[in-house]
Design a protein around this ligand. Structure first.
Ligand SMILES: [Fe+2]
Ligand SMILES: [Fe+2]
Length: 347
C-alpha cells in the first residue's frame, strides 16, 4: 500500500517509516513542496499542527493535489474536539490520536480494499452531528460526487435543534473555531438564518425550509478552486468572475435532485440578488425576489462580515449590523429591522 505522509515536521518521517515499512511504501509529502504531482490511489496520512493557520493554508493546497485519494487519515493529538472538526472540514475520512495507530488503520484500509469493500469508516467521535453531516456533504461535492440531500437535511435539523436549545451565540462561537473558510461560512449562515426564523416566529416547517436553503446556499463553492475561494485579500477581476458563478453552479448541482424544492433552488441561485437589481446572476428586482431569499441574503451578508478569517479578525456583531442598516435599497428595511435582535444577540 502506498502511504503519502503529509507533515509539517520532517523529523517525524523516520518513525513513520519504521512503523509502516516494508509492508507499505511511505512517500513523504512536505507542506509547501512541489504541487504538480496529482495522485489518486493509496492512503493519505496527515500529521500537521492544525492550530497553525499558515500550515493549514499550505495543507489545503497539498490536499488539492491529493484530493482524489479516497482515504485521508489525520493525526489529531489528544483528539481535541475543535481540531477533529477542523480535520473533517479538510476532508479527513479517519482520525487517529497518535501516529502509532496508523499501523492498524492502514492495515484495515488495505483489508477493506482487498475485500473490495468501498465503505470508508466514518469516525463518530464526539463531533457535533450537524457539523459532521455538513462536512460529509461538502467534501463529497468537492470530490465530484452528487449532493446528498439526506446529509443536508440532517445537518439542518441538528443545527435547528442546537440553535433552538442553546441560542445562536453559542453556535456562532463554536463554529468560528472551525477554520476552513467556506465550511465555516455555511454553518454560520445556517445558524443565523435559523436564529432569524425562530426569532420572528416562523412555523417549524418554514424554519426547516429556510435552514435547508441556508445549508445549501453556497454548495456551488465546493466546485470553485480552493486557491480562489480561500485567497487572502482581494481577488483579481478574472477570479471574481469565477467565484460569481457559484450560485449557478449550486443551482445546476441541485436541479432535478429528489427532495430539492423550487424554493431551495431559488435560494441557492438568488442569494446574491439585491432589491435594486444590482445583484447577480440574474439581476432580479424587488418583486422578483422571494421572502425566503430576502431573509437568506441578510443572513448571508451578516455571516460573511462576522466570520473569522486567517487574515482578519471577526467584525463585532454591532458593526456588522450597522453595515446591513446602510444597505438601504438593496435589502428590505423592515426585515433588517426585524433582524436587529438576532444580530445583536441577547442582552
Ligand atoms: Fe454565496
Ligand atoms: Fe454565502
Amino acid at each position: 500500500m502506498l502511504v503519502y505522509f503529509v507533515t509539517d515536521e520532517p523529523t517525524k518521517l523516520p518513525a513513520i517509516r519504521a512503523m509502516l515499512e516494508p509492508q507499505h511504501a511511505v512517500v513523504p509529502w512536505l507542506l509547501g513542496g512541489d504541487g504538480t504531482r496529482i495522485r489518486s490511489h493509496g492512503v493519505l496520512m496527515v500529521d500537521v499542527d492544525l492550530r497553525q493557520m499558515p500550515r493549514v493554508d499550505k495543507l489545503r493546497f497539498v490536499l488539492q493535489d491529493l484530493a482524489a485519494i479516497p482515504e485521508k487519515l489525520f493525526v489529531v493529538h489528544n483528539l481535541s474536539r475543535s481540531m477533529v472538526a477542523q480535520a473533517h472540514a479538510l476532508g479527513a475520512t479517519s482520525i487517529i490520536s497518535r501516529p502509532k495507530e496508523a499501523v492498524l488503520k492502514v492495515a484495515e484500509i488495505e483489508a477493506a480494499e482487498a475485500a473490495a469493500a468501498d465503505s470508508a469508516a466514518a469516525p463518530a467521535l464526539d463531533l457535533d452531528e450537524g457539523v459532521a453531516a455538513f462536512a460529509s456533504m461538502f467534501s463529497n461535492v468537492r470530490l465530484g460526487k452528487p449532493v446528498k440531500v439526506a446529509d443536508a437535511k440532517r445537518a439542518t435539523s441538528k443545527i435547528i435543534s442546537r440553535v433552538g436549545k442553546e441560542g445562536l451565540s453559542t453556535w456562532l462561537d463554536e463554529v468560528r473555531r472551525y477554520h476552513e473558510g467556506t465550511f465555516q461560512h455555511c454553518l454560520l449562515v445556517t445558524g443565523i438564518a435559523v436564529g432569524f426564523a425562530l426569532d420572528i416566529g416562523f412555523s417549524g416547517a418554514d424554519v426547516s425550509r429556510l435552514g435547508l436553503a441556508a445549508t445549501l446556499h453556497d454548495i456551488g463553492k465546493a466546485r470553485i478552486p480552493l486557491a480562489i475561494l480561500d485567497k487572502p485579500g482581494r481577488l483579481d477581476p478574472e477570479e471574481e468572475q469565477i467565484i460569481r458563478r457559484h450560485p449557478e453552479i449550486g443551482y445546476d448541482l441541485l436541479k432535478g435532485v429528489a427532495g430539492i424544492t423550487p424554493e431551495i433552488l431559488d435560494g441557492v441561485r438568488h442569494h446574491h440578488e439585491y432589491l435594486d437589481g444590482s445583484g447577480y446572476p440574474d439581476g432580479l428586482k424587488a418583486a422578483e425576489i422571494s421572502d425566503l431569499v430576502r431573509l437568506l441574503t441578510i443572513s448571508d451578508i451578516f455571516a460573511a462580515l462576522i466570520e473569522s478569517r486567517p487574515y482578519r479578525p471577526p467584525m463585532p456583531r454591532p458593526d456588522a449590523y450597522q453595515i446591513l442598516c446602510g444597505m438601504e435599497g438593496k435589502l428590505e428595511g423592515s426585515l433588517v429591522k426585524a433582524f436587529r435582535n438576532v444580530a445583536l444577540g441577547p442582552k
